[in-house]
Design a protein around this ligand. Structure first.
Ligand SMILES: CC(C)(COP(=O)(O)OP(=O)(O)OC[C@H]1O[C@@H](n2cnc3c(N)ncnc32)[C@H](O)[C@@H]1OP(=O)(O)O)[C@@H](O)C(=O)NCCC(=O)NCCS
Length: 155
């Protein structure tokens, strides 16, 4: 497996990964939001035998490196692909003088097992909650913002 920054040619492969994760990415995400965001964000893909098996998209907001989308093909889960994409992103953030990496996801207040696994993935890699918001989105009544310090130097 190798990782590299994604290019336009990788977009169909990335969308195929998202299509394999309908429990996390609904139809609007898969057909509208992810394809558009790919064009305006940057990030990395993980490649096995020339096929995209995982991806992460990144943008900078409020002085933090934000994870837009992250996904690994179900058959490649648990093999370190997600961790590798995250550590490549942290390295990218340090190179750009950013001190934190952050994202938002579905909070504990929503009883939905797929996102419980997502939170666990982030918590075990050092992310902590810095804000909880109630929303009026029926699919996600509680949203959490999570972050992790990536700078080498002390604050
Ligand atoms: C979260 C996700 C990106 C992690 O990717 P991954 O390649 O499985 O990550 P890693 O292999 O580095 O680590 C997987 C973790 O799941 C555990 N795991 C092992 N086998 C697993 C399996 N078959 N299925 C799920 N998780 C498994 C691993 O033990 C590891 O946990 P730990 O190291 O904290 O104990 C991936 O599961 C995924 O695509 N999830 C759906 C989309 C999503 O949640 N995206 C993020 C929010 S947008």
């Amino acid at each position: 497996m190798r990782t590299r920054q994604y290019t336009l040619q990788d977009h169909p492969g990335i969308i195929a990964v998202a299509d394999a994760l309908p429990e996390w990415f609904d139809q609007d995400a898969r057909t509208r939001a992810i394809p558009l965001d790919l064009r305006h964000q940057e990030g990395f893909v993980a490649i096995v035998d020339g096929i995209v098996v995982g991806f992460i998209t990144l943008y900078v907001f409020e002085g933090r490196l934000q994870i837009g989308w992250l996904g690994v093909k179900p058959e490649y889960r648990g093999q370190g692909v997600g961790s590798l994409l995250l550590s490549r992103s942290e390295e990218f953030g340090r190179k750009h003088d950013l001190e934190e990496i952050a994202t938002y996801t579905v909070g504990e207040g929503v009883d939905y097992a797929p996102y419980a696994a997502t939170r666990e993935f982030y918590y075990r890699r050092g992310f902590t909650v810095y804000q909880r918001n109630r929303t009026d989105n029926p699919g996600c009544l509680e949203e959490i913002k999570i972050r992790k310090r990536i700078a080498n130097r002390e604050r």
